[in-house]
Design a protein around this ligand. Sequence first.
Ligand SMILES: Cc1ncc(COP(=O)(O)O)c(C=O)c1O
Length: 396
Amino acid sequence: MLVTAPGIEDLATESAFAVLARAGALAAQGRDIINLGIGQPDFRTPEPVVEAAIRALRDGHHGYTPAPGLPALREAVAAYLLRQYGVAISPTRVMIVPGGKVTLWFAALAFGAPGTEILIPDPGFPIYASAARFTGARAVAYPLAADGGIAWTADAILERVTPATRLIIVNSPGNPTGGVVSAAEVDRLADGLQAFPQAAVLSDEIYARMVFDGRRHESLLTRPSLADRLILLDGWSKTYAMTGWRLGFAVWPAALADVAERLAVNSHSCVNTAAQFAGLAALEGPQDAADAMIAAFAERRQAVLAALDAVDGIRCAAPAGAFYAFPDVSAFGLPAETVQNGLLEEASVATIAGTSFGARGEGHIRLSYANTIDAIEAAVGRLADWLDRSGRRASA
Ligand SMILES: Cc1ncc(COP(=O)(O)O)c(C=O)c1O
């Protein structure tokens, strides 16, 4: 009999991919599915970005690049971070990786081990807990609080830091809540962590550019006291509608840049070369397509909030960022997973149960509003009808 390693048993999954597959199967049977499940922009990658990849292939860029990425791309990322945040970092700290997720894995592998603890948000991106547990570390969940949607707070994190804490994962703008952390909370965390020099921070800022209502994205990169312990996770997937290209970037502490590079050499060697040329064009080319997409998300956000607000029994904290709403449907007395499955099977709307993101997601569902306003309004209508019917059935 084959005997797998202990960590393998702890690997979880992302329900978003299971729901996507089921929604696809139902659509193939002719069902009119509205997909508010998977977290990816419904836009095409901007044309100049696509053209840059085609040109790279035609120009013969078919070989490996250096493991941490094309030098020009690492420099372009450093220049982008300087433009966005006014922070100058050495391109030698920038790592180009095949998707934002890879930075999470590298951080988990670099810091997680049996006997250690990794702090993760609950509700949070499901792969945080999965990667932490795979390494043998204990995944210690911290709750989010109502502020800028539902976002992380320094107190909830600092209360749970112990000498065994090796990595703290924070995410703003957040998945699944769309919450955006305030500058005051970032300062509080940076101050509080001075007492714990052994704890690294992974700041997942993959939705950095998607912030609404005049709020500002507070990058942890802007706090000098964190520089020696901060791993920044960002990338092209969401900002430039490039989820399928598998392209992300990270900033590592200078002392760990070599670790990040060796992790890359040992896993994927380098990122697809044509994709790296596309990433360069995305950062250095016109931003109008990305800006227009973000403006469309701002309008859809208003539409989804207005539609949810009109449904008796649903409450939804206004999310300040990303493209998710995380309504509370607990008034209908149904487990979140029942809502997710019932909605998809009986009302043809794909959503994700809040519990897919942690136990504290119970009573909620995640709506990815990366869809047209008509589709969003129709989906919320179907949601309201379904909850009404199921509520009656539940109480009958
Ligand atoms: C919070 C968060 N981090 C990371 C990722 C992964 O991004 P990528 O597709 O670039 O690996 C996602 C994707 O859904 C996400 O929601």
